[in-house]
Design a protein around this ligand. Structure first.
Ligand code: ADP
Length: 253
């Protein structure tokens, strides 16, 4: 075959692959958006119907609507962020803050949803208070939420999520752990690529767009840090975000 024909074939293959990725993505995202919208509608209908008069129940349904709306906002934020990252328009706003405070706030806002799904979320604070560093709190919060959401989504039979903040020499480390389905070793690098989802049936049954971890990586690297994973199939997974206590690189700070 001539070089020209080879090139044309390769371009055609790439186009087919891209178009498959695109249609998978659209269908995955639509599925993911549908679930919180459906819950919000159901709980709003309960409330509007006026038959729920017990104030505790009213509060509980209100909480569901609030947490599901938050989840929806996060999904949309992920999609918008993804598009900003792809076009090179994602910007970060750094201000002095404590990693622990961002972690505590992520735990708090996840708690209601996790508890109502039967999960325990265990938080381990650092042995000693860590210094303030320059952080984009919203972006880091979103990264932690993405990891917590994953810990829940891929939890299998387990109902436990752990979040720990500690110091390791010059780094602040945040770990998000689960005792869920785990990730095969060969997949552990590729999961950070956009759209990449592990191809097992356990994962296929869970809704997802394959964007969450690519955003986590972008956020962490903008802070001059890195994110790692250690995992064993069937045992669980730990994602560790490491941020230098010296702060983000000067071009960002
Ligand atoms: P998704 O929307 O598919 O969850 P992510 O980018 O957040 O996208 O994650 C990419 C893939 O990495 C997931 O589809 C899943 O296969 C795997 N993964 C991520 N977090 C976990 C976890 N805590 N346990 C097991 N697998 C995970």
């Amino acid at each position: 075959m001539t070089a020209g024909a080879m090139l044309a074939l390769r371009a055609a293959n790439r186009a087919v692959h891209l178009s498959a990725l695109k249609s998978d993505f659209v269908s995955n995202v639509s599925h993911e958006l549908r679930t919180p919208v459906a819950s919000i509608r159901v709980f709003a209908e309960f409330l509007r119907g006026g038959r729920v008069t017990d104030t505790d129940k009213v509060r509980e349904y209100g909480e569901y609507i609030e947490t599901e709306s938050r989840r929806l906002s996060r999904l949309i934020e992920n999609i918008l962020d993804f598009s900003r990252i792809e076009s090179g328009n994602k910007t970060y706003r750094f201000a002095p803050a404590r990693v622990e405070d961002v972690a505590v706030s992520a735990v708090r806002t996840s708690e209601i949803r996790l508890r109502s799904a039967g999960f325990t979320i265990e938080f381990t604070p650092p042995a000693q208070e860590l210094p303030e560093i320059l952080l984009d709190e919203d972006a880091l919060g979103q990264a932690l939420h993405n990891l917590i959401d994953n810990a829940v989504k891929y939890s299998g039979e387990s109902r436990w999520v752990g979040l720990a903040v500690r110091r390791d020499n010059g780094d602040a480390v945040v770990e998000v752990a689960d005792r869920g389905i785990g990730i095969p070793r060969a997949e552990q690098v590729r999961i950070f690529d956009r759209f990449h989802r592990v191809g097992t049936s356990l994962v296929h049954d869970v809704k997802g767009s394959g964007l969450g971890l690519s955003i986590v990586r972008h956020v962490v690297e903008a802070h001059g840090g890195h994110v790692t994973v250690s995992s064993e199939p069937g045992k669980g997974t730990v994602f560790a975000i490491r941020l230098p206590l010296a702060g983000p690189p000067p071009e960002h700070g």
